[in-house]
Design a protein around this ligand. Structure first.
Ligand SMILES: [Zn+2]
Length: 330
């Protein structure tokens, strides 16, 4: 299958490390440029460096990103670009564009800097989670991207000698932080998640009772209300927040028509599709089952050739319908 060979070709660049705006990402864009031309598309770039392959009055776009995290896998981002090129190759009569956004993993940066927006956007992406694998389903329709908030909380104690300070006389900031980690976990319910992923311990010495601990907090929830409830329950002040965005309109309707009965899920990860949807573009996402328990941002990230083939078929059918609707509607 040509698409799998292309994913390998991309992975070979930097061995799964193609950071945003690096020489490796540039090289990946050069490859995609060539594949777009082979699919009969006219290629151009915008000021942010996003790559477009378009045909005709392209109001319907599909694509994803070609950058990765430092030790990334073969599918995250790349699959959505090569699948869209494949669909465009099959839809030689349709007005559409394939886009490779810049620097998704470090922003998203490229999709936030679009000079013009499409009339509809559709992104194929690996699920990066275990839900579809558990359901035994190859494909899933994303109904929205979870809201997310991040912040930090600091616990103050008193530095003291680890050998001479009796337990009852200590004020240990790390013990407080440990209680907080468990508290945050207990607050996250009903598809909401909370993570304390980084602790900074001061002075950070084995024989000193910790004086100060700063804990990071990352929370995500399917609705703005659930996100706010979770923030209040945990009790921290977010320094950054992204409200949930809904997939909607003709792209979502078309996906549902093409894949009746497909499971629907909320994405816990942010994507370029989230940026476009938040900007008011009718947007949909198609998730492809992740194998290996849903592991992602890792070389072990995996989807099967069979599942990918189904995704390309569904994407082609959906894009064909959307392109036809946009062409006859104007
Ligand atoms: Zn991605």
């Amino acid at each position: 299958m040509r698409l799998l060979a292309r994913l390998e070709e991309l992975y070979a660049i930097g061995g799964g490390a193609r950071l945003g705006y690096s020489a490796e990402e540039d090289a990946a864009h050069e490859l995609a440029d060539r594949w777009m031309r082979e699919a009969g598309l006219e290629v151009g770039r915008d000021e942010a460096g996003n790559l477009f392959g378009h045909r005709g009055d392209a109001r319907v776009w599909s694509g994803s990103h070609l950058d990765t995290v430092p030790n990334g896998g073969r599918f995250d981002g790349a699959l959505g670009v090569v699948a869209a090129i494949e669909a465009a190759d099959r839809l030689r009569e349709s007005a559409l564009a394939v886009v490779a956004f810049r620097a998704e993993e470090s922003g998203p940066l490229g999709s936030r800097r679009l000079a013009e927006l499409p009339g509809a956007f559709l992104e194929v992406h690996i699920e990066q989670g275990p839900v579809l694998e558990r359901l035994g389903e190859p494909l899933g329709i994303v109904t929205g991207v979870a809201g997310q908030a991040r912040g930090a909380i600091t616990f103050e104690g008193r530095a003291a000698h680890a050998g001479t300070t009796p337990m009852q006389e200590r004020s240990d900031a790390l013990v407080e932080a440990a209680r907080f980690v468990l508290h945050a976990r207990d607050c996250a319910r009903d598809n909401a998640v909370a993570t304390v992923g980084a602790l900074e311990v001061e002075p950070g010495v084995a024989n000193v009772v910790p004086e100060r601990v700063t804990a990071s907090v990352d929370v995500r929830a399917p609705t703005a209300e659930a996100l706010e409830t979770l923030i209040q329950a945990i009790g921290f002040e977010p320094s950054w927040r992204q409200d949930p965005v809904a997939m909607s309109g003709p792209p979502l309707d078309a996906l549902r028509a093409v894949l009746p009965g497909a499971p629907e899920l909320v994405s816990g990860a942010g994507h370029d599709a989230m940026v476009l949807a938040a900007a008011g573009v009718p947007t949909a996402m198609l998730f492809v089952r992740s194998l290996n328990g849903g592991i992602s941002h890792s070389p072990d990230e995996l989807s099967s050739a069979e599942d990918i083939a189904l995704a390309v078929d569904a994407l082609t059918e959906t894009l064909g319908r959307l392109s036809a609707a946009h062409t006859s509607g104007v």
